[in-house]
Design a binder for this molecule. Structure first.
Ligand SMILES: NC(=O)c1ccc[n+]([C@@H]2O[C@H](COP(=O)([O-])OP(=O)(O)OC[C@H]3O[C@@H](n4cnc5c(N)ncnc54)[C@H](O)[C@@H]3O)[C@@H](O)[C@H]2O)c1
Ligand SMILES: O=c1ccn([C@@H]2O[C@H](COP(=O)(O)OP(=O)(O)O[C@H]3O[C@H](CO)[C@@H](O)[C@H](O)[C@H]3O)[C@@H](O)[C@H]2O)c(=O)[nH]1
Length: 547
């Protein structure tokens, strides 16, 4: 029953690149943003890869050389690797079970519809479909982001369902030794960041008994997915045996050969590294956005504040860009799922701050609406607004929990006519919010606009010419919620330039609550806020027309 993962001539590329050793055949289950990128990049690194998805249309498009989403550089690599024959796509789980030595599970783990927790139904479905087909030793590797404890449960499922783990008469079940029935050895820590295994040092390329599970969280960023996959900051291997570690090392040999650090640990720590990383990133963003709120109260400049903080090497400047906050398919749902899991584990108090991080983040969306409202005489009813950006960040067409689209929706709810411009995300945005108007060209829709609202910092928006646009809009008002524009240039061209967290000289932060989701109150006219009314008069005088 036992078969060496590293030496089977029927499945390994004996002509592997120097220094990388023989290569396991890889499969990828789920070909979304993560899975498609992983499949293409692993083929690019020289592996034979077969990828599966339950979405047949995705598989058809990928097989035809078309990436079903926008990700720089990925389409060229897809087509190049399809041509080599190393990369293929299928809808057959039987085929991938037969093909693979290492199976990467990359299915979605979205927020549950009924709460903060992660919806693990796709993951369970994938494992329950794959495991009964695994008749020979192999490694199943979870890459999806999951609550701590998920991998241990899935390892039990695999142990029960995989035929390769069933004992042959007179033999111990392959991989059935150990407490969890998976040939698991305890991986401990010496407290110094080194892993120690309570077995004699094993040859990591030794046989992989039965079907085993490993957890290998993914840290790629959309927009940089190819570079992040080919050369990640680190690899985290959550394993239950030296053989599983060996198989993972073989599957990542070309990456490890570049000097990428590998952290080998247990399942729960590997799972937690991922959610901790995203929580830390979200916290940094909400921290600087909280500073923006305070800056607004005293007319201080959050950009200068962030720059000054960034020179302190202990703080650094990454993820300290204030604006309209974080969105996307990861940070928001991951911090919520982390809180939900902590509650289940009885340590909810430890992560209670993440609720505040989420709330600070959501307040930024309202703040942008308030700025636009204040700049337009306190009401948005009947205003024509051009929203620049729909994607949750530039270089992506992902609109999942996009702050840009959320703000566009809020602006429309308050009575404005909203046209959203995005170079690549309008298709997805239209599906998510069909009630708005969309365009991929600013020039095509800007005529007669009452305000421009920049919400995704695409390069092409930063390059817009304020003088040219100024000649066709109805009012020269721009709200730069991502601090992407050159404020001086726009002001010199006669625009009222407003950005959250920056001194406006015009709109004080202490505007009364004019509009908040669901409160049903009509917007307070700006004239009611004496100081604001006076300041707006100043702006109008400077701009030469009403704002
Ligand atoms: N998007 C990212 O940048 C990123 C980065 C790191 C980690 N992650 C994590 O990776 C996971 C996937 O995220 P994503 O953004 O790629 O999601 P996605 O929704 O883009 O892709 C998920 C894919 O899985 C497929 N799928 C669902 N059930 C399946 C099944 N039973 N069998 C086979 N395929 C199935 C879907 O059809 C879809 O194509 C999530 O856990 C996410 O948190 C995502
Ligand atoms: O200083 C900053 C940095 C980011 N953002 C916003 O934060 C969100 C997330 O940005 P980013 O982290 O770059 O994008 P993702 O592709 O969602 O990547 C995150 O989520 C992935 C999925 O878990 C992880 O793999 C990555 O490591 C993690 O960075 C976006 O809306 C950004 O506009 C800010 O507002 N300010």
């Amino acid at each position: 029953m036992r078969r060496s993962l590293m030496s089977s001539s029927d499945s390994l590329d004996d002509a592997a690149a120097p220094g990388t050793g023989p290569r396991p055949r890889l499969t990828v289950i789920g070909t979304g943003y993560l899975g498609a990128t992983h499949a293409v990049c692993m083929a690019e690194l020289g592996f034979e890869v077969l990828a599966v998805d339950v979405d047949h249309s995705k598989i058809e498009r990928l097989s035809a050389g078309e990436i079903p989403f926008f990700e720089p550089d990925l389409a060229d690599l897809l087509r190049a690797n399809l041509r080599t024959g190393r990369l293929r796509f299928t809808t057959s789980f039987e085929e991938i079970a037969e093909f693979g030595d290492v199976h990467f599970v990359c299915v979605g783990t979205p927020q549950r519809a009924d709460g903060y927790g992660a919806d693990l139904s796709h993951l369970h479905a994938a494992i329950e479909r794959l495991a009964p087909l695994l008749t020979r030793p192999c490694l199943v590797v979870g890459k999806s982001t999951v609550p701590a404890g998920t991998a241990a449960g899935l390892a039990r499922t695999i142990a029960q369902l995989a035929p390769a783990n069933r004992p042959v008469a007179g033999e111990t079940a392959p991989g059935a030794a150990g407490a969890d029935g998976l040939g698991r050895v305890e991986v401990g820590h010496d407290g110094l960041g080194h892993d120690e295994v309570d077995e004699p040092a094993a040859d990591i390329s030794s046989d992989l008994a039965g079907v085993q599970l490993a957890w290998n969280p993914e840290f790629l960023r959309e927009g940089f997915a190819v570079a992040d996959t080919l050369r990640p900051d680190r690899l985290v291997f959550g394993v239950a045996s030296p053989a599983a570690e060996g198989a993972l090392r073989a599957a990542f040999a070309p990456v490890i050969a570049q000097g990428v650090p590998v952290i080998v640990t247990d399942y729960a720590t590997a799972e937690l590294v991922k959610t901790a990383a995203n929580s830390f990133l979200a916290t940094k963003i909400s921290f600087i956005n909280a500073m923006a709120e305070v800056c607004e109260a005293v007319d201080a400049d959050v950009l200068t504040l962030a720059e000054a903080l960034s020179h302190d090497v202990r703080i650094g400047g990454n993820f300290l860009r204030p604006g309209v906050g974080f969105g996307g398919g990861c940070l928001p749902k991951d911090i919520r799922a982390f809180q939900a899991r902590a509650d289940e584990l009885g340590v909810g108090a430890a992560l209670r701050f993440l609720r505040e991080i989420d709330e600070i983040n959501n307040r930024r969306r309202d703040r942008v609406v308030d700025l636009v409202t204040a700049a337009l005489d306190g009401t948005l009813v009947g205003r024509r607004l051009v929203v620049l950006g729909a994607a949750f960040k530039p270089n992506s067409d992902d609109v999942r929990d996009s702050p840009a689209l959320a703000v566009a929706g809020l602006l429309a709810e308050t009575g404005a006519g909203v046209t959203v411009v995005d170079p690549v995300a309008t298709h997805n945005a239209r599906q998510a919010l069909p009630g708005l108007a969309y365009s991929d060209s600013v020039e095509a829709v800007v005529e007669g606009a009452d305000a421009l609202v920049l919400l995704t910092e695409w390069r092409q928006f930063a390059d817009l010419d304020p003088a040219r646009l100024g000649a066709v809009v109805r009012r020269k008002v721009v709200v730069d919620a991502r601090h992407a524009l050159d404020a001086d240039q726009w002001r010199q061209a006669g625009w009222v330039y407003l950005a959250p967290g920056r001194p406006t000289g015009v709109i004080p932060s202490s505007l009364p609550e004019q509009r908040h989701r669901g409160d049903g109150a009509p917007p307070a006219p700006v004239e009611q806020c004496g100081e604001t009314g006076a300041r707006l008069a100043e702006v109008e005088a400077r701009a030469g027309h009403p704002v």
